[in-house]
Design a protein around this ligand. Structure first.
Ligand code: B1M
Length: 800
């Protein structure tokens, strides 16, 4: 049996097969049917597609299981059997001479806090699918077309639980990042931390646009990469999606990726056996251009949308230490009450002050760390882009928090205390989580540099035995207090130098420990900061808002050539004055950092929105003015930020949630303003494929206030349901809302269906993208630009 791992390591280029769905459609798959269920019943057709690709030069066929989880299949489907059956079909086609890649696509659901699924639920679902793929004879597992980092990670965790097959992960990117805001480099960093053996990009883009995305991760990767573009960018022609790039051009354009070092290549949507044939010809006779072996690769922490590199010679990373209840009364009380307002304020304050990673410790007395730590992690992940450092003495709390992180969090820490490495080491390896290695020998603190180095070495040996790669290790050089141990700083500096020079390992330390028990602690901390940076320290756990260590740190990095063109120094210290601190002062973030209600919506601060709505009502402001003067403009601002790629889906969701909370508070007051009239029924819905309902709900409320009986079918509603509801209810008007260019076309389906059934209801359409001319073109009876106009139009319809 051929071994895919061996093929990955040799000099060959591996050509995979192309698109499956379009070929199945051409061979009988009915529109709207599940390709997996249909494929199971028509194994001969699926097999013929695999064989066609093998015939033109593909070395790998991909199972027809892209939607093979419980989320995409009817309840009661035997998921394992379905995946096993489809993998068997691929195996039969591939025989012993070619490979079978078990395809795992996205579920269409988001994990918390973006959605409602837990990471464990997602992993369970993928694991069941992968069990079937393994049973049916897959040689590797391929996660493809994933657009959320957490979901892609879930496939890796599931595969590891079920088998030891190689795992490939391919994500889909737009030019600015994935749909939920992950840049290609951050994707690559996270996957490499997870130990994924092949990573790449598929779908969404044609070869030309994909080139730039690939360049984004190229400088970062050590593992082979895979490129699988569409046959160009799709166009809509007569209501049909068309991919414009022909086989010859596709093959030619793919040459750039082979030159760049792609190990695996194939095609996604719109590609056919002819495209794969052209690609195989392009690859024939070429040897794989291996990536340059990396020198001194940094340790990388990631959030969903950001990578922070920690390495010898790079700018030192501040890990903000303030989310820690020790000595903080307000934070302690809030954590004990399960509240996070203060923790979130501290997070924002530290980020403003320059922390690039946030240490998160909830270890107050009488708290359940194993539930509180993941809960806070989810809140932080939803609001901030910074990677996190999970800080707890309880391994259970660390484990639960790791399940809540979409990227690679830092674990603080693994020491030589008995059992700690055995318990936490495998968890860190599984989750791709770098960790701080704390050189305790048992429970004993080593004092001299030699003792520290010996303790580190012992832990490195333990880590190696567990198969933990060096890229996951950040050493704590141990800052002990100089007031009780006068040589403490000296030993610490020597340890930093040794780690950098001998092992090439980055180091960190808790900066302020050095000065306990002495006056002028800030001065001592700043001095120590400069010395540690000089010795090669890569990161420090500290308070970023303390001016002196911060300024001295910035100045030191200029001297050490760790701040190219002194850019960070100039940005922060251009107006520095002796005794007056840095020019760019550290802003203290107050609990209410947002000045207006509109800004609170933009910031996605639900609590602030609610309290500001309350303030505005108390001040006598009319509910309608609060809605149209603050809440709606706020959410529109968010749309602009999203368009500019300053906001991504997580922020969009937070703002929508905040706006919704304010709107719900106002709803009963807006309803109280009803005019008392009685008017006929209106069926209202957001069209199929579209989940935007804020505007539609406002329109519904206003119509109700003017006496209409509103039958609100909700969002993502099919034309059939809308027309059925109109027929059943005898409504006189149908109101359709759509917010996207891709979904506004669905309005026409409803109009056509309505007319084809001979029904004469008036159709009113609305939503930001809809215009009068569009309404006319699809045969609707009218378009309303806002809710007031919607009421006017509806009255006109029923009066007529
Ligand atoms: Co989305 N989204 N969103 N989004 N979102 C838009 C619409 C977008 C323009 C943002 C942007 O790029 N600037 C863009 C669409 C691009 C396009 O096609 N041109 C977009 C996108 C791309 C997406 C996703 C694909 C993002 C992603 O996943 N990467 C995704 C779509 C998922 C899907 O639908 N399948 C998505 C998701 C979301 C959230 C879930 C996060 C959230 C919606 C939450 C919810 O509705 N429950 C959201 C939001 C909030 C927005 C923006 C920022 C705001 C929409 C809104 O609520 N406006 C929006 C940006 C924008 O519109 N500029 C954007 C306030 C509301 C009061 O106005 O809905 O226009 P509006 O309604 C007005 C009038 O239009 C009119 O009256 C209302 C009151 O005055 N009206 C009618 C509306 N319906 C009417 C019906 C009528 C008559 C009048 O007769 C029946």
């Amino acid at each position: 049996m051929p071994d895919f791992r061996k093929a990955l390591a040799d000099d060959s280029i591996i050509v995979f097969d192309g698109a499956m769905g379009t070929l199945l459609q051409a061979r009988g798959l009915p529109p709207g049917a599940s390709p997996e269920l249909w494929g199971l019943e028509h194994a001969d057709v699926v097999r013929s597609v695999h064989e066609d690709y093998l015939r033109v030069g593909a070395r790998v066929v991909t199972t027809n299981t892209f939607g093979g989880t419980r989320f995409k299949l009817p309840a009661g489907t035997d998921i394992r059997a379905l995946n096993a059956g489809l993998a068997r079909t691929a195996r039969q086609a591939a025989g012993e001479g070619a490979f079978v890649a078990g395809s795992v696509g996205p579920t269409g659901h988001f994990v918390e806090p973006l959605g409602t699924l837990t990471m464990r639920e997602l992993v369970d679902a993928f694991a069941l699918q992968i069990e079937g793929l393994v049973e049916g004879g897959a040689d590797l597992i391929i996660a493809e077309t994933h657009f959320d980092l957490a979901e892609a990670k879930a496939v890796v965790l599931a595969a590891r639980r079920v088998c030891d097959l190689p795992v490939a992960v391919l994500m889909t990117f737009e030019p600015g990042g994935s749909l939920t805001g992950t840049p290609s480099a951050t994707f690559a960093d996270t996957m490499q931390n997870l130990g994924v053996e092949l990573l790449g990009i598929n779908c969404g883009l044609g070869p030309e646009q994909m080139l730039d995305v690939a360049k984004g991760f190229l400088p970062r990767i050590d593992v082979p990469f895979f490129i699988k573009p569409n046959a160009g960018l799709p166009r809509l022609e007569n209501g049909v999606t068309v991919y414009p790039m022909g086989p010859a051009e596709f093959g030619d354009r793919m040459a750039a990726f082979l030159d760049m070092g792609a190990k695996c290549v194939s095609g996604c949507c719109g590609t056919t056996p002819a495209h794969i044939e052209a690609l195989a010809k392009q690859a024939a006779g070429r040897a794989w251009v291996r990536p340059e072996p990396s020198q001194g690769r940094p340790l990388v922490l990631t959030s969903r949308s950001k990578s922070v590199c920690i390495g010898v010679g790079l700018p030192a990373v501040c890990i903000g230490e303030r989310i820690n209840p020790t000595g903080k009364k307000v934070l302690t009380e809030e954590l004990q009450a399960g509240q996070f307002t203060e923790a979130l304020r501290l997070a924002e304050e530290q980020i403003q002050a320059g922390a690039r990673v946030l240490d998160v410790n909830v270890g107050a007395p009488m708290v359940q760390e194993e539930t509180l730590l993941p809960a806070l992690v989810k809140q932080l992940t939803a609001r901030f882009l910074s990677p996190l450092c999970l800080d707890s003495t309880k391994p259970e709390a660390i484990e639960e928090a790791l399940w809540a992180v979409p990227g690679s969090a830092l674990v603080n820490s693994i020491s030589g205390e008995p059992g700690r490495m055995d318990q936490l080491g495998p968890l860190c390896k599984l989750h791709g989580a770098p960790f701080i290695l704390l050189p305790l020998a048992g429970k004993k603190l080593p004092v001299t540099a030699a003792e520290r180095i010996a303790a580190i070495e012992a832990l490195l040996i333990q880590a190696e035995a567990l198969g933990i790669p060096k890229r996951l290790i950040l050493v704590d050089a141990l800052a002990l207090t100089v007031s009780s141990k006068p040589e403490a700083a000296k030993h610490c500096l020597e340890t930093i130098r040794h780690c950098a020079a001998v092992w090439g390992l980055p180091t960190t330390l808790g900066l302020s420990n050095i000065s306990f028990g002495l006056p002028a602690r800030e001065l001592l901390n700043a001095t120590f900061m400069a010395m540690c940076l000089g010795a090669g320290m890569a990161a420090h756990i500290s308070n970023p808002s303390t001016p002196l260590p911060r300024e001295v740190g910035l100045a030191s990095e200029v001297m050490l050539a760790r701040d190219p063109q002194a850019a960070r120094f100039i940005e922060n210290c251009a107006d520095w004055k002796y005794g007056g601190g840095a020019g760019a002062p550290v802003r203290q973030v107050q609990a209410k950092a947002v000045g207006t209600l509109r800004e609170a919506v933009v910031a996605g601060r639900k609590e602030a929105v609610l309290s500001m709505v309350e303030d505005a009502l108390t001040a006598g402001k009319a509910p309608q003015d609060i809605l149209s003067g603050e809440l709606i403009p706020g959410i529109m601002d968010v749309g602009v930020l999203y368009e500019r790629k300053e906001y991504f889906l997580p922020q969009l969701l937070l703002s929508a949630e905040a706006m919704q909370a304010g709107y719900e508070r106002l709803t009963p007051l807006l309803e109280a303003a009803a005019d008392g009239g009685k008017r006929p029924g209106i069926v209202l819905a957001t069209v199929e494929g579209d989940i935007h309902d804020i505007g539609k709900n406002i329109v519904g409320l206003m119509l109700r206030n003017h006496g209409f009986e509103v039958i609100d079918l909700g969002k993502d509603v099919s034309a059939e349901r809308i027309v059925d509801a109109a027929a059943e209810s005898g409504a006189k008007v149908i109101g359709l809302s759509a917010l996207m260019t891709t979904t506004m076309v669905r309005m026409e389906d409803t109009v056509k269906l309505l007319r084809s059934r001979g029904m004469d209801q008036k159709v009113m359409v609305g939503g930001a993208v809809v215009s009068d001319s569009f309404a006319r073109a699809i045969g609707a009876d009218g378009h309303a630009a806002d809710a007031v106009e919607a009421v006017r139009l509806a009255k006109r319809f029923v009066d007529a």
